[in-house]
Write a protein that binds this ligand. Structure first.
Ligand SMILES: Nc1ncnc2c1ncn2[C@@H]1O[C@H](COP(=O)(O)OP(=O)(O)O)[C@@H](O)[C@H]1O
Ligand SMILES: [Mg+2]
Length: 314
C-alpha cells in the first residue's frame, strides 16, 4: 500500500526580524520536524507565542521558511494544485457580517472554483455537517461565537479537501462550542480526512488527537501518540471511598494525605501494591469502595514535567 504523508515537515525554521528593532531577530520556529498522515488527527499544542501560527502560515505558503523543507502531498506549499486538497481555518477568522451563512459559503465556492451546478449541493451538505442547516439564511451578525466558528470550518471544508488545517479552532468558545467543534473534527476523520489543529489548551487536544505535536519556544518537545509520553512512572493509583461521618477524623489521622471532597475520601498512592495494601483495611472497616485504579496525568502535568525529560521520539 502506498503510504505518503499529506504533510511532511523537515527541520523547519523561521526567524523574524523584530519590526521595531531591526537588528533583533526572533526565532519563532526552530528545527521543527513532523508529519501528517492520511486520516489522522494531529493536535498541535504550545503556549501563546510558541510558534504555532508561524508554522501553519508556512504550511499554507503565506510566509517563506528561513530554513527547512515542507512537502504538501510531496509538493511545495506554493504549488497551485495544493489549494484544492487543503482546507484552512485561520485564527480569529473575520467574515463580512452582512452576509448570510449560505451567501458566505457561496462566495467561498466561487473562490474555490466549485462549478455552479454543484455549489448548491456542496453548500447544503456542508451546512449540515457543521450543524448550521437551520441557520443558513441568518445573517452572520446574528450568529453566536460558536456558530461563527462553525461557519469558518464550513468554508474550510466546502471544497471537500483531503487535509484540513485549523489554527485555534476552539479558542474563545464555551464548553458547548468546544464540544461541537471537536465533534466536527471527529466526523472529518471518519470521512478519512487528515486534520492538523492547534490549541494552547491541552485539554482540547488530549481526547481528540491520534498524535500530538508539542512545541515550546519554537522547538519541538514531543511528537507522537500521547500514550508514549505517559510513562509508567507517571501513573498513580487512587482509591475513593465513602465512610460514615463519625469515622472521618479517624480516617484523616490514620491515612496520611486522605482527601475529602463531595462526601468522598480519596487516597492517592504511588504504586498499585501500595493501593492493594490499603484496600483490605478499608473493607474491614466497612467503608464503601467507590473506585480503585490507575490515574493518568493530564497533558498539562506531562508537559510541565517534561522539562527535564528527553522526548521519546527522536
Ligand atoms: N510577523 C511577525 N514579526 C515578528 N515576530 C513575529 C511575527 N509573527 C509572530 N511573531 C513572533 O513569533 C513568535 C511565535 O508567534 P506565533 O507563531 O504567533 O505563536 P502562537 O501561534 O503559537 O501563539 C512570537 O514570539 C511572536 O511574537
Ligand atoms: Mg497563534
Amino acid at each position: 500500500m502506498e503510504h505518503a504523508p499529506c504533510i511532511e515537515v523537515v527541520n523547519l525554521s523561521k526567524v523574524y526580524r523584530d519590526p521595531m528593532r531591526i537588528w533583533r531577530t526572533i526565532n519563532a520556529v526552530t528545527d521543527l520536524s513532523f508529519s501528517l498522515e492520511p486520516g489522522e488527527i494531529v493536535g498541535f499544542v504550545g503556549h501563546n507565542g510558541a510558534g504555532k501560527t508561524t508554522t501553519i502560515k508556512m504550511l499554507m505558503g503565506f510566509i517563506a521558511p528561513t530554513a527547512g523543507r515542507i512537502g504538501i502531498f510531496g509538493a511545495d506549499p506554493g504549488d497551485p494544485g495544493r489549494k484544492k486538497r487543503i482546507g484552512f481555518l485561520p485564527e480569529r477568522p473575520y467574515f463580512y457580517s452582512h452576509l448570510t451563512g449560505r451567501e458566505l459559503l457561496r462566495y467561498f465556492c466561487a473562490l474555490s472554483e466549485i462549478p455552479r451546478a454543484t455549489a448548491n449541493a456542496a453548500i447544503e451538505k456542508t451546512l449540515q455537517k457543521v450543524g448550521l442547516a437551520d441557520a443558513g439564511d441568518l445573517m452572520l451578525t446574528h450568529y453566536s461565537k460558536g456558530m461563527l466558528q462553525r461557519v469558518g470550518i464550513a468554508q474550510a471544508i466546502i471544497h471537500n479537501p483531503e487535509v484540513v488545517i485549523m489554527d485555534e479552532p476552539m479558542s474563545g468558545l464555551d464548553p458547548l462550542g468546544r464540544h461541537e467543534v471537536k465533534e466536527i473534527i471527529r466526523e472529518l476523520r471518519k470521512e478519512g480526512k487528515a486534520v492538523l489543529f492547534s490549541s494552547h489548551i491541552l485539554a482540547d487536544i488530549e481526547d481528540l488527537s491520534d498524535r500530538v505535536l508539542i512545541i515550546e519556544k519554537g522547538t519541538r518537545r514531543f511528537f507522537g501518540p500521547l500514550a508514549d509520553i505517559v510513562l509508567a512512572q507517571d501513573i498513580r493509583w487512587r482509591v475513593s471511598f465513602s465512610a460514615p461521618e463519625q469515622e472521618h477524623s479517624l480516617i484523616f489521622s490514620s491515612f496520611k494525605g486522605a482527601h475529602l471532597a463531595d462526601g468522598r475520601f480519596s487516597l492517592t498512592l504511588n504504586t498499585e501494591q501500595e493501593m492493594n495494601a490499603i484496600l483490605p483495611s478499608l473493607i474491614e472497616r466497612r467503608y464503601t469502595i467507590v473506585a480503585a485504579g490507575p490515574v493518568y496525568p493530564t497533558l498539562e502535568e506531562i508537559v510541565f514535567h517534561m522539562k527535564d525529560r528527553e522526548a521519546p521520539h527522536g
